[in-house]
Design a protein around this ligand. Structure first.
Ligand code: MG
Ligand code: ZN
Length: 201
C-alpha cells in the first residue's frame, strides 16, 4: 500500500491566473494565497503534482515544449518560498484539434482521471489520502473518478455547474487558502469515509 499523499493541482485558474493558452513566462504569476496554502499543506505532509489540460498544443497555438518555460517560472516562484512541485502532467490532446498527432479522444484530458491515475503509479501515491484542487467541476470529476477527494475554488471560472456522476466536490472553497485549510482540517478522515462519500455520488 502506497503511503505518499498528494494534493493534485490544476494550473490555470487555480495555481496561477488563467491567461488563455499562455506560454509566456512573463505572464505567469501565482494566485493569491497559493504560497500560504501550499506551506500549510506541506506541513501536513502533502506533496504537490500539477494536473493540467493543455489543448493549445492540439489546437496548434503552441508547441508542447513551450510548456517547459511555464513550468520553470512556476518552479521559480514556488522554490524561493520553499515549495516544490513534484511533477507536472499535461494533456496536450483535444478531439477538435489541428495538429494531427494530438487530435484524439484521450484518456488523460480532464474530466477523465488518466493523468492522476498515471501519477499515482509513477509516484507511488495513496490515492485515498490525496486531493484534487481545481477551479471547475471537470477538475473535481477527474479527482473523484481517480478516488481522491476534491475541492473546487469558486472564483467564477466555473459558470455552468453541470451536475452528474462524480461531479460533486468534497468542498467548494472561496479561495486557495480556504481550500488548503479545509484539507488540513480533514486530512485524517479515513478511507472508509472517503469510499462512502464516493459511493453516494
Ligand atoms: Mg483551471
Ligand atoms: Zn490527453
Amino acid at each position: 500500500m502506497y503511503e505518499r499523499k498528494v494534493v493534485f493541482l490544476d494550473k490555470d485558474g487555480t495555481l496561477i491566473p488563467d491567461v488563455p493558452y499562455n506560454v509566456n513566462p512573463d505572464l505567469v504569476s501565482l494566485e493569491p494565497g497559493v504560497v500560504e496554502g501550499l506551506k500549510l499543506l506541506k506541513k501536513e505532509g502533502y506533496i504537490f503534482v500539477v494536473i493540467s489540460n493543455q489543448a493549445g498544443v492540439a489546437r496548434g497555438y503552441f508547441q508542447i515544449n513551450e510548456l517547459e518555460k511555464v513550468k520553470q517560472k512556476i518552479d521559480l516562484l514556488l522554490n524561493t518560498k520553499g515549495i516544490e512541485i513534484e511533477k507536472y502532467y499535461f494533456c496536450p490532446h483535444h478531439t477538435d484539434g489541428k495538429v494531427q498527432e494530438y487530435t484524439l479522444a484521450c484518456e488523460c484530458r480532464k474530466p477523465k482521471p488518466g493523468m492522476i491515475l498515471q501519477a499515482t503509479k509513477d509516484l507511488e501515491i495513496s490515492v485515498v489520502q490525496s486531493w484534487m484542487i481545481g477551479d471547475i467541476l471537470h477538475d473535481a470529476e477527474a479527482g473523484n473518478r481517480a478516488g481522491c477527494r476534491s475541492i473546487v475554488i469558486n472564483n467564477g471560472n466555473e459558470t455552468e455547474w453541470v451536475e452528474g456522476p462524480f461531479r460533486t466536490p468534497t468542498y467548494i472553497a472561496e479561495n486557495f487558502l480556504d481550500a488548503a485549510k479545509f484539507i488540513c482540517a480533514n486530512s485524517h478522515e479515513t478511507k472508509e469515509l472517503n469510499d462512502t462519500k464516493l459511493a453516494a455520488l
